[in-house]
Design a protein around this ligand. Structure first.
Ligand code: TRP
Length: 347
């Protein structure tokens, strides 16, 4: 029987943060290690998505390379020769674009206009953003449906897009599928995705300066975020100056004490000690400075180790890995796009 697919893509850009690493790369690697025997794992670079907003075009290659290195450093290293695990670039498999166009012709202006991300990213200037940004969710649906992916681990901000992929897939199946031989396998509902991901820790690393918000690479203040390529000692200083609160007692309470809770969460994740143990150890203590020092120490040690591991992976080996994944995916995607073309009458 064909294995079901778990698929993920992280939009690459400059300046990925500790939040991106702990919130996206590490959970994916954990899932992969847990399910590698029963599922296929597709970790791809959505490079066509990267150009929907103006970027440093000359940096796209380097960012893609780094992203694969981060996957490897997050725990995929042992799995790189596993035949169920594939890394590939969206731009190198033309079926992504071809399927996106066909889906475009079945998605409506109404439903795409309701997608919130392009509205947010366009800052209210919807007249001047690219058509690509508007269309982004349809390309994303193609990324998913091309592989009949069942699970797509993403953050909450992407749930709307997963539901769109489901809707488009269902619409196409209804119109062009034939009974039990469906055109597309559908991604599970987001409520099911969440259960599958088992993110009980509610993984959202917060900004160090405004801990009620998520740590974001696009936040202007350098002190608000730990970048993966930050100097480790400088990163430790950022932790020392993190915003806390004036409650005066350490407790895990994301709502009332998001700054302190964020530190506890970072400490737990980077030291490999469960959150409940870390909370047990620190709850009731009153020295925020001590908690900061402990967290700063693990952050510094983590970055030193992480950066050394990333530096040890060469661009050449990443290129080979990508080419291997793309060669494996090409016939599958080709078969799928031809089937869709046939279904809609193009063949
Ligand atoms: N939209 C995702 C993000 O912003 C990236 C992405 C593109 C993606 N296509 C995808 C994620 C398909 C999962 C599946 O991070």
């Amino acid at each position: 029987m064909k294995k079901d697919t778990i698929l993920t893509g992280v939009r690459v850009s400059d300046g990925l943060t500790l939040g991106n690493f702990l919130g996206a790369y590490v959970p994916m690697a954990n899932l992969a290690r847990k399910y590698v025997k029963t599922y296929r794992f597709n970790a791809f670079i959505p490079d066509l998505h990267s150009i929907t907003t103006p970027v440093d075009y000359g940096g796209l290659q380097k960012n893609a390379m780094n992203s694969i290195k981060y996957y490897l450093a997050a725990g995929f290293d042992d799995l790189r020769d596993n035949e169920n695990v594939s890394f590939y670039r969206q731009s190198r498999l033309s079926a992504h674009s071809e399927l996106a166009w066909i889906l475009d012709c079945f998605a409506t202006m109404g439903e795409i206009s309701r997608m919130t991300q392009y509205k947010e990213k366009s800052d209210g200037r919807q007249e001047s953003v690219s058509v690509g940004l508007f269309n982004y969710p349809v390309l994303m649906a193609a990324d998913i449906l091309l592989y009949d992916a069942k699970y797509v681990p993403v953050g909450e901000d992407q749930f709307q897009h997963i539901e769109l992929a489901r809707d488009l897939g269902m619409r196409m199946n209804k119109k062009f599928g034939s009974g039990d031989d469906e055109l597309f396998g559908l991604p599970e509902k987001t409520s099911e995705q969440v259960k599958f991901m088992d993110l009980t820790q509610g993984l959202r690393i917060r900004s160090l300066t405004e801990p009620e918000k998520k740590m974001s690479k696009s936040h202007e203040s350098a002190n608000s975020k730990i970048l993966l390529d930050d100097d480790p000692a400088a990163a430790a200083k950022k932790i020392m100056s993190a915003t806390t609160d004036n409650v005066g007692v350490i407790q895990f309470d994301m709502f009332n004490q998001p700054g302190v809770s964020n530190l506890l969460q970072i400490l737990s994740l980077l030291s490999g000690v469960s959150l409940s143990e870390v909370v047990g150890e620190w709850s009731g203590k009153t020295s925020y400075g001590e908690l900061k020092r402990a967290t700063a120490t693990v952050v510094e040690a983590f970055l030193m180790d992480f950066q050394a591991r990333v530096a040890a992976i060469s661009d050449d080996e990443v290129t080979l890995l990508l080419e291997k994944g793309e060669a494996r995916m090409r016939p599958l995607t080709q078969e799928k796009i031809e089937r869709v073309q046939r279904a809609v009458g193009l063949r």
